[in-house]
Ligand binder design. Structure first.
Ligand code: ATP
Ligand code: MG
Length: 492
């Protein structure tokens, strides 16, 4: 078999192409994966295009699925552990015709020409095909030169291409954020002119592009672009309303810029989607709650976190985010204002916050605070106060040193010793705890039962002394553990 290729293509993918060739069909890698190969980055998935029909494709492979309007057949690879190779998608060459409503073609027609399939693709960098068996790139629209120049340009006249499918405008901005490319001038002008057509696109399609934009390296630049091109108001009017909204004196940036800088911080830290969404929306309630205070001589935003949580819920529901994501993000927005002056709060205040947001979310909330600070332009992202606050969270989350750690409880001691309930049981438990703190290996049921029987025979006075020794040891151990937490967070 002659497999000459410039790139390293996984065997699973080559096998599919080879099988199509053997059956005398054409087959090429196409779209995002070709672009990524040429850029030297790992493709997210592998798409193959062919002149075979879905029925013809299905016949060639042992396990496939085919259940969509586009003719895409999924070739299933059960052996591989690589997620991107579990399903390799093969789609017949397509020709798109008849766009009447700015979204998706009215019907999908198959073609026997590769050219037709490339012509219908959105951008030149996405419109290349590659035959790995020949090492041949098919590049009809100067995609390689646009890759080198780092520009996003439509295949054909931008005006036509954006009228066919308005989502492409959002895709242009998303792709430019993912690749760090600029949008070519004519393409960009056409977006500015046709931005309102984005209003006709389904929430699900917008959401998918929006998520990829948020998860890119440059979400801040991308959202600035969305705003300047007039796309933002068509799916996030609430965010658009924060443009130019001045804040109080503690803030260097107006609300929009603050939100974008907070989001960019989350991206720079490579934090997950929910933190990015929260960073972007945490102050979304500020524009509607802003009031001038004569007394303070400054703007106030009372209750903006409550209003903001409600707005965030609406936004995420409108964009059809999953219920789980919406709930988490809304909750993080709701509690982002937690008071963190450690000089003035007690452990029980921290405990209350943990109860509000849940132990599983508390660290995300701390990260939101970091984004908030960085987005405000504060020099230190985790000052002493915040580190101390984190230490306090660790303290309330840990299990305290107590007789509850023992592999025997009060009832167990009473059964073994035949003693009635009373202070003696407490003394015995604490004496046992003393033994276990000295050597944790002793914390077994057998050992502790044996020791409990011995202890029960001691005089009340001696037993009480042992019990007190245990209580002192417990306090010392507690103190030691708390100190460890403090020094782990570099605070005192
Ligand atoms: P990947 O996700 O594989 O990195 P991608 O970022 O280009 O690729 P996808 O949404 O997976 O985006 O689309 C795969 C390919 O399908 C694109 O490279 C493009 O050629 C084509 N494509 C996707 N959406 C459109 C569209 N709305 N109009 C025209 N072509 C499109
Ligand atoms: Mg893809």
């Amino acid at each position: 078999m002659n497999r000459q290729t410039r790139f390293s293509i996984p065997k699973e993918v080559l096998d599919v192409i080879q099988a199509l060739h053997t059956a005398r069909f054409q087959a090429y890698l196409v779209g995002g994966c070709v672009r990524d190969l040429l850029l030297g980055i790992k493709p997210r998935d592998w798409d193959i295009t062919t002149n075979a029909t879905p029925e013809e494709i299905v016949k060639l492979f042992p396990k496939t699925f085919y259940e969509n309007a586009y003719g895409t057949v999924g070739i299933v690879n059960e052996q591989t552990t690589d997620e991107t190779l579990k399903v390799v998608e093969v789609t017949p060459y397509r020709l798109e015709s008849e766009y009447s409503d700015f979204r998706r073609p009215d019907k999908v027609t198959w073609s026997d020409k590769l050219e037709d399939d490339l012509k219908r693709r959105d951008f030149t960098v996405n419109a290349m095909a590659y035959d790995p068996t020949k090492g041949q790139t098919v590049d009809l629209y100067k995609g390689q030169s646009d890759l080198a120049a780092k520009v996003i340009r439509t295949v054909g006249p931008p005006k036509d291409r954006f009228s066919e499918d308005a989502l492409r405008m959002l895709r242009a901005v998303r792709l430019s954020a993912e690749l760090g490319f600029a949008i070519e001038t004519e393409t960009e002008k056409a977006i500015a002119r046709h931005a309102e057509n984005l209003g006709k696109i389904s929430a699900e399609r917008i959401r998918d592009e929006f998520i990829r934009l948020l998860m890119s390296k440059e979400p801040m630049r991308a959202i600035v672009k969305l705003e300047s091109l007039g796309l933002l108001s068509h799916f996030l009017p609430e965010l658009e309303k924060s443009v130019g909204v001045k804040q109080n004196q503690a803030h260097k940036y107006e609300v929009f810029e603050h939100l974008l800088r907070s989001l960019q911080c989350a991206a720079d830290k490579n934090w997950p989607q929910d933190i990015r969404l929260t960073a972007l929306f945490h102050d979304i309630g500020k524009p509607p709650t802003r009031e001038w205070s004569d007394e303070k001589g400054d703007w106030t935003f009372h209750g903006h976190e409550v209003v903001g949580a409600r707005m965030t819920k609406k936004i995420l529901e409108r964009l059809r985010f999953s219920k789980a994501v919406a709930e988490r993000v809304v909750m993080l927005v709701r509690w982002h204002m937690f008071f963190s002056d450690v000089e003035q709060i007690s452990l029980s205040a921290v405990r209350r916050l943990v109860a509000h947001v849940g132990a599983e979310n508390i660290w995300d909330l701390m990260n939101v605070r970091v984004c908030d600070r960085v987005g405000t332009g504060r020099p230190k992202e985790t000052p002493y106060r915040l580190r101390k606050y984190k230490a306090m969270i660790d303290m309330v989350l840990r299990d305290p040193v107590s007789v509850g750690m023992l592999k025997i409880d009060g009832t167990g001691v009473m059964e073994i010793t035949k003693l009635p309930a009373g202070p003696k049981i407490g003394h015995i438990l604490h004496a046992l705890l003393d033994l276990v703190l000295d050597d944790p290996k002793r914390n077994t049921k057998e050992f502790l039962e044996g020791e409990a029987s011995k202890l029960a025979k001691l005089s009340d006075q001696v037993l009480k002394t042992y019990g007190e020794q245990g209580r002192t040891a417990k306090e010392k151990e507690e103190e030691k553990e708390l100190q460890k937490i403090l020094s782990r967070h570099k605070v005192q």
